[in-house]
Design a protein around this ligand. Structure first.
Ligand code: PGA
Length: 255
């Protein structure tokens, strides 16, 4: 049984004080939530990781903590970058890798994502590997080619032991922040395809254990129908994760 996961990708939103309020609000909304049944992870900007780690420690909040990127080197002259040991020292559990915004705006490549997957695991953090097609690729029936390339690239020389614990997020780029969502059936079809690629890359056991999330305009109104699909194991939520009640409603929509 794959444990559902809802991860909030806060992108470049919220100062550390706003982040603190958001996480406290979320804890309040989810006071009765069974975190063993549905895992909840917040991925704030780097500047809020320390604050939220302290809150999680002191109040025993049951959220997981995620970062949105990492540099592959342990340390060095890389102005503006943050290393995996630095994240691990803040008890970061997850790192979002290869988000389409990083690929499109910051030149992230499949090779780079692959290197970061290995660095995360070397530091005992779980990668959330993102993939997804543009609207043009979708219209020209290239969705499968694109996500297959991204998945095979990200998992190159990653052992089955590590792959089985790695999270994948399928995020059609045209659905991100656009208010347009893939239909539950379309999302299910592509996610089942991704699981098939992973099965080919590893084996059925590994592919069946891996959690694959859907992302792209997930909100409380569409969460239940998306999350009830057999291969969709949760959501990577952007805009709707910036409001405590809305994110909590998405978590509660997961059965
Ligand atoms: P969205 O973003 O929920 O605002 O569409 C999802 C994401 O980019 O991870």
């Amino acid at each position: 049984m794959r444990k559902p996961l809802i991860a909030g990708n806060w992108k470049m939103y919220k100062t550390h004080l706003e982040a603190m309020r958001l996480v406290q609000g979320l804890a309040h909304e989810l006071a009765e939530h069974d975190f063993d049944a549905v895992e909840v992870v917040v991925c704030p900007p780097f500047t809020s990781l320390r604050t939220i780690q302290t809150l999680i420690d002191s109040d025993r909040y049951s959220f997981g903590l995620g970062a949105q990127n990492v540099h592959v080197e342990k340390e060095g002259a890389f102005t503006g970058e943050i290393s995996a040991p630095m994240l691990k020292a803040l008890d970061v559990d997850y790192v979002i890798l290869g988000h389409s915004e990083r690929r499109e705006l910051f030149g992230e490549t499949d090779e780079g994502v692959n290197a970061k997957v290995k660095v995360c695991w070397a530091n005992d953090m779980t990668p959330i590997v993102c993939c997804g097609e543009t609207e043009a690729e979708r219209e020209t029936a290239q969705t499968e080619t694109k996500v297959e390339r991204q998945i095979r690239g990200a998992f190159k020389n990653v052992t089955p032991e590590l792959a089985r614990k790695t999270v994948v997020a399928y995020e059609p780029i045209w659905a991100i922040g656009s208010g347009k969502t893939a239909t539950p059936q379309d999302a299910q079809t592509t996610i089942a395809f991704i699981r098939g690629v992973l099965e080919d890359e590893y084996d059925t056991g590994v592919a069946q254990e891996m959690r694959i999330l859907y992302g792209g305009s997930v909100k409380s109104g569409n969460a239940a129908s998306l999350m009830s699909q057999p291969d969709i194991d949760g959501g990577l939520v952007g805009g709707a994760s910036l409001e405590a009640a809305e994110l909590a409603a998405i978590v509660k929509a997961v059965k």
